[in-house]
Design a protein around this ligand. Structure first.
Ligand SMILES: CC(C)(COP(=O)(O)OP(=O)(O)OC[C@H]1O[C@@H](n2cnc3c(N)ncnc32)[C@H](O)[C@@H]1OP(=O)(O)O)[C@@H](O)C(=O)NCCC(=O)NCCS
Length: 214
């Protein structure tokens, strides 16, 4: 039997339409109280006035606060509180010197060689100061550590990703065997990657982008 994992991807042209968008899912105003005072994680990088590190469960409130304004504008896809906790190990966060979270981003593995950069968000007052770059760099380093070869994203920020070597792509960007397996996922982001009809309202106006890590 064919092992889809062994099937090289085919960046073949195809349909159009991409990306994130969102359904700002509702969430309670406050998450259930939890772990206060968690210790800091290992710094993964950073820039002037901030550092990038792996996210902790205690960061979920800050991550949610970063994402929600963009979700309200249908730029990013929001999650329920539980969704953030379940995905927290995928996240890197940028933290200002006073400890405030000023950016976040996640790496969601989809296949043996492929992951999605999702929920990349920088606080508006910090945009244009290299925070997004540092987060993308940290997520890309993590992808390389995991042995991944390609990263995908659905985004309105085409120039930002293009400046980091990403290109636009049409179609599913995976071999038919892999596509068939990905159809079994319950993850909305994967459904967006597959360009499924049920998530089309989430993806209007976004661009599908991909980068080969070499
Ligand atoms: C996309 C996004 C994450 C970029 O974050 P950012 O922190 O503003 O990005 P950077 O500062 O690293 O880079 C942005 C620009 O600022 C420039 N820049 C970087 N460091 C800088 C500095 N110290 N001073 C001035 N400009 C700087 C970069 O060169 C870049 O310029 P360019 O757009 O001409 O290439 C941010 O705009 C955002 O949160 N967007 C909304 C959510 C979204 O769409 N996310 C992507 C989909 S998952």
């Amino acid at each position: 039997m064919t092992d889809p994992a062994a099937t090289p991807s085919a960046a073949a042209p195809a349909p159009a339409a991409p990306a994130p968008a969102l359904r700002a899912e509702t969430a309670a105003d406050a998450p259930p109280a939890g772990t206060e005072g968690a210790s800091s994680a290992v710094s993964a990088g950073g820039g002037a006035g901030f550092r990038v590190r792996a996210a902790l469960p205690a960061d979920v409130r800050g991550i949610r606060d970063l994402v929600q304004p963009y979700a309200d504008e249908r730029i990013l896809l929001a999650k329920e509180w539980v969704g953030y906790y379940e995905a927290v190990q995928e996240f890197q966060v940028a933290e200002a010197e006073d400890g405030t979270l000023i950016g976040c981003g996640a790496l969601h593995v989809m296949w043996q060689d492929l992951a999605e950069i999702r929920t990349l968000a920088v606080a508006r007052q910090w945009r244009g100061r290299g925070v997004g770059h540092a987060l993308l760099e940290a997520l890309t380093d993590r992808a390389r550590d995991l042995g991944l070869h390609r990263l995908f994203c659905l985004t309105f920020e085409v120039d930002f990703f293009a400046a980091h070597g990403w290109g636009t792509v049409d179609g599913p960007a995976v071999a038919p065997e892999v596509y068939a397996e990905l159809l079994r996922s319950h993850d909305d982001g994967v459904a967006e990657f597959l360009d499924l009809a049920r998530v089309k309202p989430n993806t209007l106006g976004n661009t599908r982008m991909i980068v080969d890590l070499g």
